[in-house]
Design a protein around this ligand. Structure first.
Ligand SMILES: NC(=O)C1=CN([C@@H]2O[C@H](COP(=O)(O)OP(=O)(O)OC[C@H]3O[C@@H](n4cnc5c(N)ncnc54)[C@H](OP(=O)(O)O)[C@@H]3O)[C@@H](O)[C@H]2O)[C@@H](O)CC1
Ligand SMILES: Nc1ncnc2c1ncn2[C@@H]1O[C@H](COP(=O)(O)OP(=O)(O)O)[C@@H](O)[C@H]1O
Ligand SMILES: [K+]
Length: 507
């Protein structure tokens, strides 16, 4: 599990770690780790040119101390540092860098505008030549985007970076929100981020794509609080996935009931049931009108059609929840919605997706019934608009996905799995548990039916006894990994993702 702590908790842990140590030791550990990574990345480059962009705080300090080490290494590198702030740079680090032979370009506005513009132009030319760009402008002390007197300089310097250059962010990409809340701020997009001690939310939440590969340098922090965000790694997938025991039978492994796909969205029935069967359900029971039932019977012979005992439900993919109130609706459609409502009224664990969300007015009637909601952003906006009786737009949700998922989780007493390029699994506030973020999926997975497949996998995990928090995170992780494996770098169809799931549900 990769865990991330809030900036406040990281700062407190740094202060605790620093207390018994000699002055500067922690930064030295950070710089040593960073320099090691940078020199390793120079291995294949002939006479590499390394340029560091350096801000006035601790982040710039790390960068300068590391550049001093790189300049002294036997890497043959040509090392320069551009100081971007009017307030200069970390004094001791600057001395160390100068003494090691790092070329320093100071952009502090000290004279006439023309002189400054000329210096900036020269610095941009230097940056454009860099094989490796070290971004040490801001770290956890940065606010999202560029601001203050150095904003224009930062913008120009980052624009000048060559597309081929390898960009290493120090601690986090400058301009990104350290808290991972503001998602679209301008700033650096890194190929690799070298962070210190522990990950921060920026590395795991919706800002994670701009961090590139995450490399963690141990500086001896001891965290005493709960993380605020988590991400599963491959070991977690292997550990969490429920395995059948030798004395299990199909019932004890967990029977999943699926209420999905009416006469209109027949495919949702096939996709959800197929994915549940592929993910290793003990048994899948399908409940729906004649057309999707016939399709399920022919496409998924393992499934059993009709009502019976189950351990968990998937309610809603492709379900027409209005059928009950529509006088023209077919009796079979109405019966399916009745089955959906009965599932929601039961105390059994339930994945509630798509049309099923329209049947929720608040918490499920049986207190403590394990519930996983799986909306995409539009469905979450609609659900909140209804439950809170005020307009919540798609843009609102996109601007603060975790906050909105949290609101729904709290209102419905459920874990909310909010689907998207980063999928968030958000438990109710009262649990105090971290947000889980999943960003394994390729953008190709944004395809019709992929959500139905996800619901099927999550349902199987609930039926096997996992709680909604683990079931949701595990399902989204495996779904994303399978989405990649089906056709790396190219288009995927949802049914193939279902077929690829077994490879990721380990034994
Ligand atoms: N503490 C420790 O023991 C350890 C700390 N460590 C390291 O220190 C880092 C934290 O250092 P920190 O607190 O000095 O803040 P930091 O991230 O360098 O930035 C602050 C400066 O940035 C600027 N600035 C801010 N926002 C901006 C914006 N939007 N746009 C433009 N500029 C902006 C602003 O400067 P100004 O421009 O006003 O001069 C502000 O003063 C941490 O991430 C890690 O790398 C490691 O060595 C491990 C041990
Ligand atoms: N840009 C993206 N990158 C990666 N995965 C994505 C992206 N956009 C959507 N997804 C994933 O694709 C799936 C789409 O689900 P959903 O919108 O419910 O589709 P449907 O209702 O057609 O089945 C979700 O698992 C979601 O996380
Ligand atoms: K940085």
């Amino acid at each position: 599990m990769i865990a991330a702590w809030s900036v406040e908790d990281v700062r407190a842990a740094e202060a605790r770690a620093m207390e018994p140590l000699p002055d500067g030791e922690l930064m030295d550990r950070a710089a040593r780790g960073l320099a090691k990574v940078v020199t390793a990345r120079l291995d294949d480059i002939e006479e590499p040119r390394v340029v560091a962009l350096v801000g006035s705080g601790g982040n710039g300090g790390d960068a300068l101390f590391a550049m001093a080490r790189v300049a002294r290494s036997d890497s043959d590198a040509d090392v320069a540092a551009v100081l971007v702030s009017d307030r200069g740079a970390h004094k001791k680090a600057l001395v160390a860098a100068r003494e090691a032979g790092v070329a320093i370009v100071d952009l502090a506005r000290s004279g006439a505008d023309e002189a400054h513009d000329e210096a900036l132009e020269k610095a941009c030319a230097l940056v454009a030549e860099a094989d490796v760009l070290i971004d040490g402008i801001t770290g956890i002390g940065g606010s999202p985007g560029w601001s203050g007197s150095s904003a224009q300089r930062c913008r120009a310097l980052i624009d000048a970076v060559d597309d081929e250059a390898y960009v290493i962010a120090v601690d986090l990409p400058s301009g990104a929100d350290p808290a991972g809340v503001v998602l679209d701020s301008e700033g650096v997009w890194a190929d690799e981020t070298v962070t210190f001690g522990v990950a921060k939310p920026v590395h795991l939440l919706g800002t994670s794509a701009r961090c590139g590969v995450l490399t963690l340098v141990d500086i001896g922090l001891d965290m005493t609080t709960m993380p605020v965000a988590e991400r599963l790694d491959h070991d977690d997938v292997a550990q969490l996935w429920p395995l059948p025991a030798s004395d299990d039978d199909k019932y004890s492994r967990g029977v999943l009931g699926v209420v999905a796909g009416g006469e209109n969205y027949t495919g949702a029935a096939v996709l959800t049931v197929t994915s549940a069967v592929c993910a290793g359900a003990g048994m899948v029971r399908y409940i729906g009108p004649p057309t999707p039932t016939a399709l399920v019977r022919s496409a998924v012979p393992e499934a059993v059609c009709g009502i019976g005992r189950v351990q968990a439900w998937v309610v809603g993919p492709g379900l027409d929840a209005d059928a009950e109130s529509d006088p023209d609706a077919d009796g079979e459609d109405v019966a399916q919605v009745t089955a959906a409502t009965e599932a929601l009224d039961s105390g059994l664990p339930c994945v509630v997706d798509a049309g099923g969300l329209d049947l929720l007015d608040g918490p499920r009637p049986r207190a403590g019934a394990r519930t996983l909601l799986t909306p995409h952003a539009g469905e979450l906006a609609r659900l909140l608009t209804r439950l809170e009786e005020r307009e919540v737009s798609l843009d609102d949700v996109r601007a603060d996905p975790v906050g909105h998922a949290r609101r729904a989780a709290t209102l419905v007493h459920a874990t909310v799995l909010l689907k998207g390029s980063t999928t968030y699994v958000v438990p109710p506030e009262i649990t105090g548990m971290p947000v889980r973020a999943v960003a394994e999926a390729p953008a190709w997975l944004a395809t019709a039916g992929a959500g139905d497949v996800l619901a099927g996998v999550a349902g199987v995990l609930l039926a096997a006894g996992l709680d909604p928090y683990d079931a949701g995170t595990l399902a989204a992780t495996v779904h994303g990994l399978a989405g990649h494996d089906v056709n790396p770098g190219g288009p995927v169809r949802a049914l193939d993702v279902a077929f690829a799931t077994p490879a990721w549900s380990p034994g």
